[in-house]
Design a protein around this ligand. Structure first.
Ligand SMILES: C[S@@+](CC[C@H](N)C(=O)[O-])C[C@H]1O[C@@H](n2cnc3c(N)ncnc32)[C@H](O)[C@@H]1O
Length: 254
């Protein structure tokens, strides 16, 4: 199945709001890190799998940007922002060479993430920065709340079936980048919290809602478990970590 035809496809009416919640959750992470790397007007940047485009738009306030995605309907070109329909697994380099390549919530959804990383590395100029923000839902297997364990387990299975998702890919990324000859490899990890009514919760609840029909239709979750997971939210003491978001960044050698 193609990404566009699955539970995260852009034909789903709630997908734009889900992406906006994702941006609210992750933009401080991406923007804070990229700012610290020295984003400058002369930089050429690529935001790969740019989604609804908040990072690309923000980068274009300072630098020149190409925003790529399989489906660009939520991306708006601007004076310094080029929007390109582009498949990172198959299409030629979308410009560059780049001072910055940013890929967020993308690599773990690809069937061959190693090859995609190899491409992103090649798109960089010597000294250029790769910034990857990932999401790893496997930590949800350790939740003390069975309602959440059931729904995130079922979600991961749907992702695996539809996209070939490898949820722990971010943890392999540092050594993969070393094998590709990258330098200054760094990593940080952020928790994705639910139960606080925040952006992480809104992303996850929207993702669950988009996948519930598939989870039930494929026998991975019962209607009772769907209701139990919905009812979990908003109760006293119901606060938990549902995912970790690994951030990995590195430079191509000069
Ligand atoms: C979960 S969204 C994340 C969007 C954005 N990076 C963000 O963090 O706000 C993943 C995006 O990657 C795009 N995508 C998936 N597979 C892709 C591929 N092979 N090439 C380019 N984009 C892809 C999807 O269309 C979607 O817009």
């Amino acid at each position: 199945m193609k990404y566009a035809d699955g539970v995260l496809g852009k034909d789903i009416p709630t997908e734009l709001a889900r992406l906006r919640a994702l941006e609210e959750l992750c933009d401080p992470i991406s923007k804070g890190l990229i700012g610290s790397l020295g984003l400058a007007p002369a930089w050429r940047c690529a935001d790969v799998g740019a989604g609804a485009g908040s990072v690309a738009g923000w980068l274009a306030e300072t630098a020149t940007v190409v925003a790529t995605d399989l489906d660009t309907r939520f991306l708006t070109p601007g004076e310094r922002l080029t929007v390109l329909t582009h498949d990172v697994t198959a299409d030629p380099v979308p410009g560059g060479p780049f001072d910055l390549v940013h890929a967020r919530f993308l690599l773990e959804t690809l069937r061959d993430p190693e090859a995609a990383v190899g491409r992103l590395v090649e798109w960089l100029r010597p000294g250029g920065h790769l910034v990857v923000v990932g999401v790893d839902l496997t930590v949800s297997a350790m939740t003390p709340h069975p309602e959440l364990r059931a729904v995130t387990g079922a979600l991961l299975e749907v992702f695996r079936e539809q996209m070939g998702t490898e949820p722990t890919f971010g943890r392999r990324l540092p050594s993969l980048l070393a094998a590709y000859g990258m330098t200054d490899i760094r990593m940080a990890v952020h928790p994705l919290l639910v139960g606080d009514g925040g952006a992480g919760e809104r992303v996850m609840r929207a993702t669950f809602e988009q996948a519930f029909d598939t989870m039930v239709a494929t026998g991975r979750l019962t209607a009772e478990q769907v209701e139990a997971s919905r009812a979990w939210f908003g109760r006293p003491g119901h606060l938990d970590i549902l995912a970790l978001m690994p951030v990995v960044w590195a430079r191509r050698p000069r």
